[in-house]
Design a protein around this ligand. Structure first.
Ligand SMILES: [Zn+2]
Length: 503
């Protein structure tokens, strides 16, 4: 082989290698002018399949034009390669998927667990890394949440949008009215109500309506039940207890030793509540809720330890992401809310599995009748990690019988509606707020693709990790999700070091 030919072959080889390299990275190279944590005057997200928040099938490929914090336009993907040559800020979706940012309807802002401190930054970054761009805080330190909400609005912190439903309480009608007024004065977006007697709940709701506040009810096993929520115009039922409770004939069949304040009792016998509900009566309760427009945020995920404790205690993401403060808090201890797992039995789990079956069927029936189902996680308790738990909730709603498209709608469009923000949030639509997530895999095929840990796949004989959100856009601010994940890993490793040094 003479030199000339060798040179020619080498050139051809280099050219071929170049083309291969260009094919492998060329599309990625088109993402330009993007820095995590920045908002741009104009941002193009090109070549994505859109899964909207209104229950419609995916469509695309599309380009989404964002101006500041709003979606300006959505169009079919520009065919020509240099269509956006003059644009400064472009994300190339490479044929991946774009969804509205997920909304977590049942969150608590925690800066400590028990006596152990936990930085807000931890849950914020977990939420964003899981594609959650909005959280509704349904009870924590209101003053702190209001301050955090302001910082998030200004873009001063790396955090989702925050809405606050401040806890209102009182032992008389006058007291609860004052408490609701206080929430309004403080600037809360709504009120959260816990266990209370009927006359007090009526007064609370009357006051909330007068002041234009929405209300979320943790309807426990108490004097009031779901029928009262229907009658008094509750915005949403949190969890579920008051729904089957309204379909009993008299009281649940508690043993004489039962004590509601004993969490081990409370959660054990909650696992036997749905089976005692009269199915006929239950249909009527669901009809009433639908008729009166009461939404339902079932938080299926927060009870999952009850049906499978081993699973809950050994979730794979604990390895890299479980903060030591949370780890301590989760340990069985009567002093910590939701840490009641001593003497938890096979029988308890069997009852809870049946409980889930009836409960899930009721959630689906409620939706089929026209009820609005929302998605919330209630993490920070019972082995549930922020963010990851919301993705698990999506999986559980699919298990309840919802099509994945409808599950996405529950977590976006429906949640926005429950918040009263359906005119600006929860959809991929021109004029709406730019809260968007982008990932390379199709979450309708597998919700596990939304976990930062993704899902395992077999590629050319090798096991690889597939999925994870790539970009989370909140209020037009672009976050690189894998970078948030790296921050979290470092944060957790450092906190573990510090915890070890203390011991
Ligand atoms: Zn809660």
């Amino acid at each position: 082989m003479n030199l000339k030919i060798t040179a020619k072959v080498s050139f051809l080889f280099l050219l071929l290698a170049g083309i291969l390299l260009w094919q492998a990275t060329g599309l990625k190279a088109e993402t330009k002018g993007i820095e995590s944590g920045q908002r741009y005057g104009r941002l193009i997200v090109r070549n994505v399949i859109i899964i909207d928040g209104k229950g419609t099938p995916p469509r695309g490929p599309c380009d989404v034009i964002v101006e500041g914090n709003k979606i300006l336009a959505i169009r079919e993907t520009a065919k020509s390669e240099d269509a956006y040559g003059k644009e400064e800020h472009v994300i190339d979706g490479q044929g991946g998927y774009l969804l509205p940012g997920l909304i977590n309807l049942h969150a608590h802002l925690h800066d400590s667990r028990g006596r152990w401190p936990l930085p807000f930054e931890y849950s914020y970054k977990l939420w964003l890394a899981c594609g959650i761009t909005t959280v509704r805080d349904v009870g924590s330190d209101s003053e702190k949440t209001i301050a955090e909400r302001g910082k998030s609005q200004e873009g001063a912190i790396v955090a989702p949008r925050i809405y606050l439903y401040s806890v209102a309480s009182g032992t008389t009608a006058e007291e609860i009215r004052r408490s609701v007024q206080m929430a309004k004065k403080q600037g809360a977006d709504g009120v959260k109500l816990f266990t209370m007697d009927r006359d007090i709940l009526r007064a609370a709701m009357d006051e909330a309506h007068k002041l234009g506040l929405r209300a979320a009810h943790h309807v426990g096993v108490e004097e009031t039940d779901a029928r009262d929520d229907a009658e008094f115009g509750m915005t949403s039922i949190e969890h579920w207890y008051g729904i089957p409770d309204a379909a009993l004939h008299g009281s649940q069949n508690f043993p004489p030793s039962y004590n509601y304040f004993n969490e081990a009792d409370r959660f054990r016998y909650a696992g036997r509540l749905w089976r005692e509900a009269d199915p006929e009566k239950l249909h009527g309760v669901l009809d009433k809720l639908v008729e009166k427009g009461v939404a339902w945020c079932p938080t299926l995920v927060i009870y999952e330890a009850n049906r499978d404790l081993t699973r809950a205690m050994n979730q794979p993401w604990f390895k890299d992401f479980l903060h030591p403060s949370l780890e301590e808090y989760f340990k069985p201890d009567p002093a910590n809310h939701g840490s009641y797992f001593w003497d938890w039995t096979t029988t308890d789990e069997v009852f809870w599995r049946e409980n889930y079956r009836i409960w899930m069927a009721a959630v689906k029936e409620f939706a089929d009748k026209g009820g609005i189902v929302g998605v919330g996680e209630d993490a920070g308790y019972i082995y549930m990690l922020y963010g990851f738990s919301l993705i698990r909730e999506l999986e559980l709603q699919q298990e309840a019988g919802f099509h994945p498209i409808d599950v996405v709608q529950n977590a976006t469009g429906n949640n926005a509606k429950i918040l009263g923000l359906e005119d600006r949030l929860g959809r991929v639509r021109a004029g709406f707020l730019a809260d968007l997530i982008i990932l390379s895999e199709n979450p309708l095929e597998n919700f596990k693709y939304l976990y930062p840990t993704g899902s395992l796949a077999l590629k050319e004989g090798k096991i690889i990790q597939r999925g994870g959100v790539q970009w989370t856009i909140k209020d037009g601010i672009v976050y690189h999700a894998p970078s948030l994940i790296e921050d979290l890993k470092k944060m957790v490793a450092k906190a573990r070091e510090a915890a070890k040094a203390k011991k």
